[in-house]
Design a protein around this ligand. Structure first.
Ligand SMILES: Cc1cc2nc3c(=O)[nH]c(=O)nc-3n(C[C@H](O)[C@H](O)[C@H](O)COP(=O)(O)OP(=O)(O)OC[C@H]3O[C@@H](n4cnc5c(N)ncnc54)[C@H](O)[C@@H]3O)c2cc1C
Length: 317
């Protein structure tokens, strides 16, 4: 059993941490669902030394066999009630951007909504469609976030990563590596440091108005009403209709297990009514999957990710 305090001291003597570090930090503080037990260690480096610090941390943790979970905005996660063993590396302190004539580079921890604002301020069309969506640039690339008929991969030029050898690498955009809610980084053990996006000129006022429309639409759809992680299940063209509609038609809106509930206003949003545990959310997704499979024969796939240490009987791998 590795002594995590000693491990972190070792890292700190080589590369002093600028940022925050806590032991037994409740993950409910760092997820939009507001559920999740403690991380053994939660560390949020910031400042220009971020790439150096995280490269060292990942290397030393790897050598010691300590798992590291990379956290963005926590907007697509259900962290187990038991929490996360090892180290949670929170990337939200790594925020910033560099803009040139034709592109903009955002650091991974930048909130996507802020990135959209920055583009608008510089009269660049690029990430406006992500206005109002919670989460970070790194998380959005990893998930290949999609809304209003566009995916982040539509504007991605290259991804700046720390690769499996803990070296910085620029990965050119390859369209065939991305798909609906799929990015190549889901198959690799890498940390996304940033993404470069193509931009084109667009009037600032038109962009700000467009972004306001998206935010208002999300508000009207109840996205911010109660804690959630957005859509619980993926859509699938083969179903012929949105997953939310399928769940609605089965009369499952408002259906609940413990404090987890299918939103009264949208079949594909599961909300935390205030007392939900991660287990409640998991059991609710399983029950919805079962009902959809039994009654209409579709096999739903979760979009939300279940992470951390789960009770074995739940069989979450
Ligand atoms: C109200 C609401 C509305 C939403 N609407 C949408 C929507 O319209 N479209 C959509 O696609 N999603 C939506 N979501 C889900 C969520 O916003 C996106 O999936 C978002 O991209 C997640 O980003 P994040 O930074 O929060 O990632 P997290 O939830 O923190 O992490 C998600 C995954 O990415 C990995 N990851 C995060 N950062 C990095 C990094 N720097 N390097 C390597 N791996 C990393 C994590 O390890 C994890 O596996 C919504 C969520 C909410 C709460």
């Amino acid at each position: 059993m590795v002594n995590l305090r000693k491990l972190l001291e070792k890292i700190n003597t080589q590369e002093p941490l600028q940022g925050d570090l806590r032991f037994d930090e409740p993950m409910a503080f760092h997820t939009t669902f507001k559920v999740g037990g403690p991380a053994d260690v939660w560390v949020r480096p910031e400042g220009p030394g971020f790439p150096r610090y995280v490269a060292l941390l990942l290397k030393i943790a790897h050598e010691a066999g300590v798992p590291v979970f990379i956290l963005g905005g926590g907007a697509n996660l259900v962290v187990s009630d038991r929490g996360i063993r090892g180290i949670v590396l929170d990337t939200t302190g790594w925020s910033g951007w560099q803009i040139d004539e034709t592109s903009v580079l955002f650091y991974a921890g930048t909130e996507v909504d802020q990135a959209a604002e920055v583009c608008a301020k510089h009269e660049r069309e690029s990430l406006a469609f992500l206005a109002g969506m919670p989460g970070s640039i790194g998380g959005a690339i990893w998930m290949n976030a999609r809304c209003y008929n566009r995916s982040i991969s539509d504007v991605l030029m290259e991804t700046w990563i720390l690769n499996e050898a803990f070296q910085e690498e620029l990965v050119p955009f390859q369209p065939e590596a991305f798909d609906y809610k799929v990015s190549p980084f889901q198959k690799r053990n890498v940390l996304i440091l940033g993404g470069r996006f193509k931009t084109s000129y667009k009037d600032k006022h038109a962009l700000l108005a467009e972004m306001q429309t998206y935010r208002k639409d999300r508000e009207a759809k109840g996205h911010y009403t109660l804690p959630s992680a957005g859509s619980a299940f993926k859509n699938n063209h083969a179903f012929g209709k949105p997953t939310g509609k399928i769940i609605d038609e089965l009369g499952l809106r408002g259906f609940s297990i413990g404090g987890a509930k299918v939103a009264d206003w949208h079949g594909n949003i599961i909300v935390n009514t205030g007392t939900a545990t991660a287990r409640d959310i998991y059991l609710l997704t399983e029950e919805i999957k079962k009902q959809v499979q039994d009654r209409v024969g579709y096999r739903l796939e979760c979009e939300i990710l279940f992470v951390g240490e789960w009770d074995q009987e739940l069989k979450i791998t």
